[in-house]
Write a protein that binds this ligand. Structure first.
Ligand code: CO
Ligand code: CO
Length: 386
């Protein structure tokens, strides 16, 4: 057992690579916290899918395909990682408290799963990211179990970030800020949305990111009214508002930033709506304090837009948690009773979308700390005309 035990299998199967210099303790503690919640919720066994959830609990990243891969955690004993045999070498040194069980392609993958959890009865929690086909096999194999959703349990543990995770999120945020600076220099009349989106992807990778968090959104003119517009061949024109939304993955952790820029001179109406969105962003950020509810953060941002008379044009929740996944718990949504705790990290991204005309969104990632909210994106929010 060593320190720095994280293995990365997706790039070259069979080669173990230290991904982050974490000690085993991080993973042991995560498993411990999960087990505490399993006890509270009367869950006998947890089945985790090859997703950010397996990575979070074991530090092992694999390539997802149709072969069964599972982390099996009972109330006692080691965490069993069930993987296809071809990962045998790469995942051989998992460390104390973690055990590898492999199955060969010609074998029934349920054999090692049965070995990992024995005969179980009662509630079994399943990662919502597990493929339905694999879940059906589990249900057939463990007929005495009631299968429940593990999403809430895993989300609760993962939503509180430790110091190391916060450091990664901050670095990913800084990288996104830098790229935003480059994008504002690059954007010009005549360029297509797709050209600019490709530029963003390239810059993110050039600056040392592992990957992009999601396909960049470049939404110009009337396309800006669609919050998740897919960049296309529309040319950016003089007088456009352009919504730019992208993020980087760094050391496994995601960032996510949105700025909206004016190409040419902004009119009075656009300037006024921009000011309202900026104020809503500020109000959401200020509301992100320990003890408040996620619903309060949404309310704070939404109220600014409602009061200004644009409420019906703010057509999505105020934000989402971010970490190993770019959308995860906690969700900043109207009515959410989840209370904010130190270590939670999420986006505040109010927007106003006027159909057929334009959209304006300003998004930052905010961390909840003892000293109040801290933004992990610091690219200027003021109106920019390029
Ligand atoms: Co975004
Ligand atoms: Co976002």
């Amino acid at each position: 057992m060593g320190t720095g035990r994280t293995v990365w299998l997706s790039r070259a199967v069979g080669r173990v690579r230290v991904f982050r210099g974490e000690s085993m303790e991080v993973y042991v503690n995560r498993v411990k916290r999960v087990r505490e919640l399993m006890e509270e919720r009367d869950i006998q066994c947890l089945f985790t899918a090859p997703s950010s959830n397996i990575f979070y609990l074991t530090g092992v990243k694999t390539t997802l395909d149709e072969r069964l891969q599972l982390a099996v955690l009972s109330r006692e004993g080691p965490l069993f990682l069930v993987l296809p045999e071809m990962y045998k070498e790469a995942a051989s040194d998992l460390g104390e408290g973690f055990e590898l069980l492999t199955w060969a392609d010609q074998q029934d993958p349920m054999e090692p799963v049965r070995e990992a959890c024995g005969t179980i009865k009662g509630r079994a929690a399943v990662d919502p990211k597990l493929w339905a086909g694999h879940l059906l096999r589990l249900m057939e194999t463990f007929k005495d179990c009631t299968f429940v959703d593990a999403g809430e349990l895993l989300g609760k543990v993962r939503s509180i970030k430790d110091e190391e995770e916060l450091r990664c999120l901050k670095k990913a945020g800084e990288l996104a800020d830098e790229v935003m600076g480059e994008v504002l220099k690059e954007i010009s009349v005549g360029m297509t949305e797709l050209e600019l989106a490709h530029f963003i992807e390239r810059k993110i990778k050039e600056k040392g990111a592992d990957d992009i968090s999601f396909k960049p959104i470049v939404a110009s003119g009337p396309n800006g009214a669609m919050p998740h517009h897919i960049p296309g061949d529309r040319n950016i024109e003089k007088g456009d508002l352009v919504v730019l939304d992208f993020g980087a993955v760094l050391e496994g952790y995601c960032s996510d930033i949105t700025r909206t820029v004016f190409v040419g001179k902004a009119g009075n109406e656009e300037k006024e709506i921009y000011r309202i969105v900026m104020e809503a962003n500020e109000a959401g950020y200020r509301a992100a304090v320990t003890g408040a509810l996620c619903g309060d953060v949404d309310r704070a941002a939404r109220e600014v837009i409602d009061r200004a008379g644009y409420g019906r044009f703010f057509i999505h929740r105020t934000g989402h948690g971010i970490g190993l996944d770019y959308h995860e718990e906690p969700y900043i949504v109207e009515g959410s009773k989840v209370s904010l705790e130190k270590g939670m990290v999420f986006s505040v991204e109010p927007g106003i979308y006027i159909p057929q005309r334009f959209g304006i969104r300003i998004e930052d990632i905010v961390a909840v700390t003892d000293r109040g909210p801290v933004r992990l994106n610091n690219f200027p929010r003021e109106l920019v005309e390029v």
